[in-house]
Design a protein around this ligand. Structure first.
Ligand SMILES: Nc1ncnc2c1ncn2[C@@H]1O[C@H](COP(=O)(O)OP(=O)(O)OP(=O)(O)O)[C@@H](O)[C@H]1O
Ligand SMILES: [Mg+2]
Length: 269
């Protein structure tokens, strides 16, 4: 059996103290329709790094990711207990404002979902919602963010074209740019390269590695090679519990726990 994960281990404390913890999860429990889906999660996720959540299908990876920006709130039958502190602020506090919390987090989902509007308007959408009306400022934001995701040269002459005319890989980069345009602190990605070809996957991976100097990035992936390529830290989730959390090379190459060992060797999928 594995060590009880409700106790924040010395290892996780060491990780947290070696760099500033940006997200702290304390005694988090999630029930859906009475089923215990996430169990006693305690975790400190450092900033300026990429942390990947890995684990078998149905173990709770997406649920864990969604609790970080209160996206689980929207699902029926969901009960969430515990706290998630972002820069020390509990996003589950009674007076916490969901719109304010979500503004801090850019979410990149499995498939790109560009808004049914032009490339320009996709990026300008968020800043407009948050009150930016100045056309010159909006145009600067659009150019900056398209450059940020390496899309500017490809689309600068067709900013008024529909975003859906872009390739899937370009759409995913556009969605990343759209998220960055509202100046989040945290980027969350749920299997965000699973619909992409290898070249687009590599582009997104390189971008995330580049972006980590300015953001805290948390990714869900079931591709261990990807987790190894991009992550600084790995969280291994099994049956709703955190079985192991540590530096990428420690968890993937030298796991302490027997279940982690079996998972990384491919005996559990
Ligand atoms: N909205 C929901 N309603 C009912 N059950 C849910 C809901 N969301 C998640 N679950 C259940 O919670 C458990 C964890 O689901 P989750 O989507 O977090 O797993 P996952 O690790 O992301 O799996 P996968 O690798 O297949 O994406 C599953 O048993 C799932 O059926
Ligand atoms: Mg999932």
């Amino acid at each position: 059996m594995y060590a009880h994960p409700s106790i924040e281990t010395k290892e996780t404390q060491d990780i947290a103290s070696s760099s500033t913890p940006h997200i702290q999860i304390k005694d988090l429990n999630v029930h859906i329709d009475g089923k215990h889906i996430l169990k006693n999660i305690n975790l400190s996720i450092p900033n300026n790094s990429i942390t990947s959540i890995i684990g078998p299908s149905g173990c709770g990876k997406t649920t864990l990711l969604k609790t970080l920006n209160r996206l689980m709130d929207d699902s029926k039958g969901v009960e969430i207990n515990g706290s998630v502190l972002v820069n020390g602020e509990d996003i589950y506090a009674k007076d916490a404002e969901v719109t304010h919390i979500r503004k801090k987090m850019g979410l990149l989902s499995q498939r790109p979902f560009p808004l049914p509007m032009s490339i320009y308007d996709n990026i300008a959408y968020g800043p407009r919602i948050h009150g930016q009306r100045n056309k010159k400022v909006l145009t600067e934001i659009v150019e900056k963010q398209l450059k940020n995701v390496g899309l500017w040269e490809e689309v600068k002459d067709r900013l008024d074209s529909s975003a859906t005319s872009l390739s899937i890989g370009q759409q995913q980069r556009l969605c990343l740019a759209r998220g960055l345009a509202v100046q989040p602190e945290i980027i969350l990605g749920d299997e965000s390269t699973s619909a992409l070809d290898p070249i687009s996957t590599q582009t997104i991976e390189n971008l995330l590695v580049e972006l980590k100097k300015d953001y805290t990035i948390v990714l869900v992936t079931h591709i261990l090679r990807q987790a190894r390529r991009v992550s600084d830290y790995i969280i291994f989730v099994y049956n709703g519990e955190i079985v192991e959390f540590g530096k990428t090379e420690d968890v993937l190459l030298n796991p302490k726990n027997e279940i982690t060992q079996q998972y990384v060797k491919g005996f559990i999928s």
